[in-house]
Design a protein around this ligand. Structure first.
Ligand SMILES: *Cc1c(COP(=O)(O)O)cnc(C)c1O
Length: 428
C-alpha cells in the first residue's frame, strides 16, 4: 500500500490530501528551524542526564515515606541543570499545573503580602486559587490575607511599564508572569520579553520574587525563563516536559530557598524534599523528559501546519501563519457551532485512543456555555497529546494543541479539514 492509500482508507479525500500536502511543502524552512531547536534542547537534556549519572537504579520504585529515593533526587538534579537553577521539585504529588502553581504561591506568600500579575488576568483555574474579584474558591490566597493586584497589557500587547511601576510597593512580595496566552487573546510572551519585564521589575524592587507560569512553553525556545532572571518556573508534566509519558505530575524549579519553601508546603515543615514516594513513576518521568524536546517540536509543527491551512481557507488564526511561536497552542475561529463541532469530531476520529467515539458539546463547571472537547489520549486530560476544545459561543473558536508525533498531528488536522469539508463548512 502507498502512503496516500493509508490516508484514503482513513477517509481523507484526494482533494483534502492534495491541499494539505501543498501547504506542508511550503513549511520546509520553518520545520527545519524547529528541528534545530529540538536538536539543541535534546543535547541540553541528554548532557544533563549524563552529568548526573542517570542509571538503571534511578528507575526503581519507592513506597511509604520514600526516603532516599535515588531516582527522585537525580531527576530533580537533571531538571535543575536543564533550567539552570539551584534546585527543583519534580513530583507525582504535584497533581497538575494548577496545583504546582498553588504550592509555589502559597509556600512563598504570607498574610499581608501582595501578589502582582503585570501581564493581565492569569489562567482561569488560578482565579479561584488567588481569589480574583468574586471568584475566590474556599481556601484561596485571599482567605489567607494575600492581596492581589493586576496590571493589564496595553492594547498593542506591550507591557504597561508605568502601571507596573505604580503597582509595585513595599508589600509586593511576588510577581507572577504567565508565559502562554492560555485561552486568552493576548500574545504569548517570548523568553526574551519575559527577561525584559523581570529586569524592569528588579530595577525597582531587586528583592521581589519573580515567578513564571511556564505551562505549554517548555522547549519551544532554546532558553527557559529561569535563564533570564526568573526566580521560579512552574509547569505541568502532562504538558511539554512530561513528553507524553509522564502519567501525572508537576515541577517547580528555581532558587534553593524558594524551592525549599515549596517542599515544606507540599509535604510538611521540617520534612520537605526528604519524603515523597515515587511509586514506580521515575522511569516515565526520565524517559518523558528525554523525549520532550522532540515531542514539543511535533506539537509545534502541528500548530503551524494548522495555522497555515485554516488561514488559507479564510479563517482567523492566532498565532497567524507566519508569526514566531513561544508556546504550542493554536486558536482557529471557525465562525459557527457546526464548524467547532466538525473540527473536534475530526480531531477525535484521528486519535489513537477512542477514535470510534464522537465528542458532543456539554455543560461544564466554570463555563458559561456548552463546551466540546476532543481528546483521544493515552493519559487522561493530557494536552501534550493532540487535543482540541471549543466553547459553543461566538466567535466559535477552537483551541488545540499537542501531538506526540508530527505525523499524528498532521493526520488529525487533515481529518478536521475533511470533517469540515464533508459538512460543506469550508471550500477547498
Ligand atoms: C494548563 C495551564 C495551567 C494549569 O494546568 P493544569 O494542569 O490544567 O491544572 C496553568 N497555566 C497555564 C498557562 C496553562 O496552560
Amino acid at each position: 500500500m502507498e502512503l496516500q492509500d493509508w490516508y484514503k482508507e482513513a477517509g481523507i479525500s484526494e482533494k483534502v490530501y492534495d491541499f494539505c500536502s501543498k501547504i506542508e511543502a511550503g513549511l520546509k524552512e520553518r520545520f527545519e528551524a524547529i528541528d534545530r531547536t529540538a536538536e539543541y534542547n535534546q543535547m541540553k537534556v541528554l548532557r544533563a542526564m549524563q552529568k548526573h549519572k542517570v542509571s538503571a537504579g534511578c528507575f526503581e520504585s519507592s513506597t511509604g515515606y520514600g526516603y532516599d529515593d535515588l531516582g527522585r533526587e537525580t531527576l530533580e538534579d537533571v531538571y535543575a541543570s536543564v533550567f539552570e537553577t539551584e534546585s527543583a521539585l519534580v513530583r507525582p504529588q504535584l497533581t497538575c499545573g494548577t496545583h504546582a502553581l498553588t504550592v509555589a504561591l502559597s509556600a512563598n506568600l504570607r498574610p499581608g503580602d501582595e501578589l502582582l500579575s503585570p501581564v493581565g488576568k492569569p489562567y482561569d483555574t488560578l482565579e479561584g486559587v488567588i481569589g480574583i474579584g468574586d471568584n475566590a474558591a474556599p481556601g484561596s490566597l485571599k482567605e489567607f490575607g494575600v492581596v492581589y493586584r493586576q496590571v493589564d497589557l496595553k492594547e498593542d500587547g506591550s507591557f504597561d511599564f508605568e502601571g507596573i511601576r505604580e503597582a509595585l510597593n513595599d508589600r509586593t512580595k511576588l510577581v507572577t508572569i504567565q508565559r502562554s496566552k492560555g485561552y486568552a487573546t493576548r500574545p504569548t510572551l517570548s523568553v526574551a520579553r519575559i527577561g525584559e519585564l523581570i529586569s524592569f521589575i528588579k530595577s525597582i524592587r531587586p528583592d521581589v520574587i519573580c515567578m513564571v507560569d511556564n505551562c505549554y512553553g517548555e522547549f519551544v525556545e532554546r532558553i527557559e525563563p529561569t535563564q533570564v532572571g526568573a526566580d521560579m518556573c512552574v509547569g505541568s508534566l502532562i504538558k511539554n516536559p512530561g513528553g507524553g509519558l509522564a502519567p501525572i505530575g508537576g515541577y517547580i524549579v528555581g532558587r534553593q530557598d524558594l524551592i525549599d519553601m515549596c517542599a515544606y508546603r507540599l509535604t510538611a515543615p521540617g520534612l520537605g524534599k526528604e519524603v515523597g514516594a515515587t511509586l514506580g513513576l521515575n522511569r516515565s518521568f526520565f524517559q518523558g523528559f528525554f523525549m520532550a524536546p522532540c515531542v514539543a517540536a511535533s506539537a509545534l509543527k502541528g500548530a503551524i501546519f494548522a495555522a497555515n491551512i485554516y488561514e488559507r481557507l479564510g479563517f482567523q488564526v492566532v498565532p497567524n501563519s507566519t508569526e514566531s511561536r513561544h508556546d504550542i497552542i493554536q486558536a482557529v475561529t471557525l465562525g459557527s457551532a457546526e464548524g467547532v463541532i466538525a473540527f473536534c469530531k475530526g480531531i477525535q476520529s484521528g486519535s489513537p485512543v477512542d477514535s470510534h467515539v464522537a465528542p458532543e458539546p456539554y455543560a461544564m463547571p466554570g463555563y458559561h456555555s456548552d463546551v466540546i472537547m476532543a481528546a483521544g489520549a493515552f493519559v487522561q486530560g493530557s494536552s501534550i497529546e493532540l487535543s482540541a476544545d471549543g466553547p459553543i459561543e461566538p466567535p466559535y473558536a477552537v483551541y488545540f494543541q499537542g501531538g506526540l508525533t508530527w505525523y499524528h498531528a498532521k493526520f488529525g488536522i487533515m481529518m478536521s479539514v475533511q470533517y469540515m469539508e464533508n459538512e460543506h463548512l469550508l471550500s477547498l
